[in-house]
Design a protein around this ligand. Structure first.
Ligand SMILES: O=P(O)(O)OC[C@H]1O[C@H](O[C@H]2O[C@H](CO)[C@@H](O)[C@H](O)[C@H]2O)[C@H](O)[C@@H](O)[C@@H]1O
Length: 267
């Protein structure tokens, strides 16, 4: 069979799979950025499209994020009884038992928590003494330095100094995201969590939307012919397809839901 050449063809192909996993990153993919991380809201229609997909037969839906699980639930407004899997803290946390079991070896330990505590003390002092206009976000397994909205020189200096300081704490992983430097003690990654979910549900096609470096862990793991990997926005990527922004993601999700509904009705 000729491989699909456009995203639409690829989505239509995935829609006909016997078992389908549809997973999406949150910030910058389902939700536009905001200077205040807690003021973020999902783009209109995105969560509704995920709900529509999750209601279809043999279709697994997940929202995957660097956010804490609790924060992700609050921001997506997805209820605990809804059949949509949440994967938080870059794979370290999940609402799904099988994903949690698969990621157990990467769980945060008491030693990791101690490391995070001492790192947090040092980073908090650095930011309050030298970069008070940068903001800090505290998560279960990480501390995040936020620089969105700062003049570029100030942002660069805050990130560079925080990175230097983090490197003096052996065992801390440094993730450079969009206007953020995430300093984490987690050993998990989104790619392992998403592929574990796909295995647990026995899916034959997987679709993933992501925009940032941590989503590349998913893109590089999803290389089967029927996998559809979609990078949102600019920048180099291992994804097979690209869309411009959150609005295009919502449109793609609705198209996928509609094609899968048709496939289910005719099978
Ligand atoms: O994996 P994601 O769902 O993409 O989460 C990655 C990080 O997203 C958040 O930061 C980003 O969104 C903020 C709100 O719009 C924005 O202010 C920041 O500049 C972005 O990088 C979140 O705050 C981080 O904890 C996540 O790791």
């Amino acid at each position: 069979m000729t491989p699909p050449t456009t995203l639409q063809e690829a989505l239509d192909g995935a829609a006909a799979a016997s078992g389908l996993l549809v997973a999406s990153d949150f910030d910058g993919v389902l939700a536009p950025f905001d200077v205040d991380p807690m003021a973020v809201r999902a783009a209109p229609g995105g969560i509704e499209a995920l709900r529509a997909l999750a209601g279809l037969p043999t279709t697994t839906v997940a929202v995957v994020s660097g956010r804490d699980l609790d924060t992700l639930r609050t921001l997506t407004r997805l209820g605990v009884d809804e059949p949509i899997v949440l994967i938080g803290s870059h794979g370290a946390e999940s609402s799904d038992d099988e994903v949690r079991a698969a990621m157990e070896a990467a769980a945060v330990t008491a030693v990791d928590r101690q490391l995070l505590e001492s790192l947090t003390t040092d980073i908090t002092r650095l930011i309050s003494d030298r970069h008070p206009s940068a903001a800090l976000e505290h998560k279960a397994a990480a501390i995040v330095v936020h620089t969105r909205g700062l003049p570029p020189d100030d942002a660069d200096a805050a990130i560079a100094e925080a990175r230097q300081l983090a490197l003096t704490h052996s065992g801390v992983k440094v993730l450079k995201g969009k206007s953020v430097l995430e300093l984490t003690v987690s050993h998990a990654d989104k790619g392992s969590a998403v592929t574990a979910l796909g295995r647990a549900r026995d899916v034959t096609a997987r679709v993933y939307f992501g925009d940032d470096v941590t989503d590349e862990d998913v893109f590089t793991r999803m290389t089967r012919p029927d996998d559809v990997t979609v990078k949102v926005g600019s920048g180099s990527t291992a994804a097979r397809y690209r869309v411009e922004d959150e609005t295009a993601v919502v449109a793609a999700l609705h198209r996928l839901a509609s094609a899968r509904r048709t496939a289910a009705a005719t099978s």
